[in-house]
Design a protein around this ligand. Structure first.
Ligand code: ATP
Ligand code: MG
Length: 260
């Protein structure tokens, strides 16, 4: 039965999609069956997986609204080795259309229940907001992975996100927990980044993943070829870091299961 993880941070451009796509490919490279759900109307995770968001016959939008079964909307990301539930601009409308539906924050959970037995990992790439879409992701998940840049304001935004996760865990999804904070786009030459990184470890202890994702241009180039960085240039520092992160996630999830 799949473990479901949201990649979330309401700040824009912090590396959520890059993490979602490369973690999916990184875990798939270790031999696990993975589904990547694109829950962002920008459709970046879809495009970055080599699937054209403009020609989707069915997307996460129709699945959330109950127009299509999830099984009709799944595609395979050939180079990444994982499946994708794609998204495009249509999904922006869901925010409003979902409001009047029953169990509006539980639609994603309901849809994933149909395919959860076919995967070991389901990763959900959330949009940069604490919207009803993100709420659907959080209600469906067992845990949250929070990518963040080690910048001065990063810690401020984190408090809002942690509060939201705690509220969801308290009221809607008791299974939900923070799996870890992932330091991304890290530049070890910047003193400020090192200081913020140390503060993070001081404050959050082992909730901070050991793996650090460096700033690496190959990761930024990869989406324009419709490839995860891990498939585009496997030897690059960025790809290698995401492969290590995949291994760390698998280990962390196994440890959690022992503890449960
Ligand atoms: P949004 O909030 O808009 O969904 P996001 O949090 O998903 O953004 P990404 O799209 O993953 O963030 O990354 C933002 C930009 O930074 C992209 O251009 C991406 O290619 C680049 N980027 C992400 N991670 C790295 C990295 N480790 N090294 C270099 N560039 C990176
Ligand atoms: Mg994104």
């Amino acid at each position: 039965m799949a473990r479901i993880f949201c990649i979330a941070n309401q700040k824009g451009g912090v590396g959520k999609t890059t993490t979602a796509v490369n973690l999916a490919a990184g875990i798939a490279a270790h031999g696990a069956r993975v589904l990547l759900v694109d829950l962002d109307p920008q459709g970046n995770a879809t495009m970055g997986s080599g699937i054209d968001k403009r020609t989707l016959a069915a997307s996460v939008y129709q699945v959330l609204l109950g127009i299509h079964d999830i099984t009709d909307a799944l595609q395979h990301a050939e180079h990444g080795g994982y499946d994708v539930l794609g998204a495009n601009r249509e999904l922006a409308g869901a925010e409003i259309e979902l409001v009047n539906l029953d169990q509006r924050e539980m639609r994603m959970k309901g849809a994933l229940a149909h395919v959860q037995h076919e995967y070991e990992f389901i990763l959900i790439d959330c949009p940069p907001s604490l919207s009803l879409l993100t709420l659907n992701g959080l209600c469906a998940a067992h845990g949250v992975i929070i990518p963040m840049q080690c910048e001065y304001f990063a810690l401020e935004g984190l408090a809002d996100l942690v509060n939201t996760i705690q509220r969801v865990a308290g009221h809607l999804n008791p299974d939900l927990r923070i799996i870890g904070l992932l330091r991304v786009m890290f530049d070890a030459r910047m003193t400020l980044q090192q200081q913020v990184s140390e503060q993070l470890v001081e404050k959050f202890g082992d909730k901070v993943f050991t793996t650090i994702i460096p700033r690496n241009v190959r990761l930024a180039e990869a989406p324009s070829y419709g490839l995860p960085g891990v498939a585009y240039d496997r030897a690059s520092k960025g790809a290698q870091a995401y492969i290590s992160f995949g291994a760390e996630m698998i280990e962390r999830v196994q440890a959690m299961e022992f503890a449960a």
